[in-house]
Design a protein around this ligand. Structure first.
Ligand code: ADP
Length: 269
């Protein structure tokens, strides 16, 4: 629980810092892009070709920087969660076009949706965002193509699992597993993936915020996330969201057991 609190505090500090920096940086980018545009126009039709190309290169760099600051701003905004009953099967199905576009033509997508899936209690927008983050990571791990599998299931995390993970309660969860057949990760990379700003991707491509966002979302939802990966084989990310607790269950005395309090029954923080 202490490690969890530390991670949450770290995330908040990082969020504030990135938000401030990204905002100011964005203003400076506007100045850069504006002046480059003006220089380009001043050169006119028959400007020195090398200068025109240099300006085009600088503009392209500025555009990528702008895309990066947008991601950083989205990260720092960290809207409070608005949990509601979610049908994960429907949510995943609704993302099929977005996933198709994100993953490109070389990646096959398979969805395995459980029948009789429980409702989860989670913020649907942030869940979608989390799944998109996972899809982007999967795509980056499969530059030569491969397969992405999204599987939903009703899952019971038992006491042994909860104890071994120390940061999740045993109980009923809706699991959404996202697997890829990509390059995988070494154990030392797996150990660091949830840290904000940890990335192995080149500058301008990765921010190192995707999985820390997924982690923050899972924790704030009263859920859990686990990663299994093998170099050269692929990666599976398992996202566990608390099962929506029925009114009937809520009114039983056991609902007040301390071990269950971290499964939010309705309100977020
Ligand atoms: P980013 O994607 O911006 O680097 P993330 O927090 O999403 O940030 O991921 C951190 C790092 O974890 C990545 O740079 C990559 O090394 C590794 N990683 C995440 N997902 C996968 C995956 N599906 N396959 C292989 N490596 C991954």
């Amino acid at each position: 629980a202490e490690a969890q609190l530390r991670q949450a505090q770290k995330m908040e500090a990082v969020g504030q810092l990135t938000g401030g920096v990204a905002h100011d940086f964005n203003n400076l980018l506007t100045v850069i892009v504006g002046n480059l545009g003006m220089a380009r126009r001043r050169l006119g039709e028959d400007g020195d070709n090398r200068v025109v190309q240099a300006i085009a290169g600088a503009l392209e760099g500025a555009r990528r920087a702008a895309a990066l600051t947008q991601r950083l701003l989205a990260f720092s905004r960290q809207q409070p969660l608005a949990p509601e009953p979610v049908d994960a099967n429907r949510l995943v199905s609704g993302m099929s076009d977005l996933l198709r576009r994100t993953l490109g033509e070389d990646v096959a997508i398979e969805t395995v949706l459980a029948g009789g899936l429980w409702r989860a209690q989670a913020d649907p927008n942030q869940l979608e965002n989390a799944l998109l983050n996972l899809a982007v990571n999967a795509r980056d791990a499969m530059p030569k193509g491969g397969k992405l599998t999204i599987e939903t299931s009703n899952t019971y995390l038992d006491e042994a699992y909860a104890v071994s993970r120390q940061e999740v309660c045993s109980g009923q969860y809706v699991a959404i597993c996202v697997s890829d057949t990509g390059m995988g990760m070494s154990p030392d990379v797996v150990a660091k993936v949830f840290e904000p700003f940890f990335t192995t991707k080149p500058i301008g491509k990765g921010t190192g915020l995707g999985l820390s966002q997924v982690y923050g979302f899972a924790k704030q939802s009263g859920g859990h996330v686990a990663i299994y990966s093998e170099l050269g084989q692929g990666t599976t990310v398992k996202l566990y969201l608390p099962r929506l607790r029925q009114a009937v269950i809520e009114s039983t005395p056991s609902a007040a057991k301390p071990s269950e309090l971290s499964l939010p029954a309705g309100r977020g923080e």
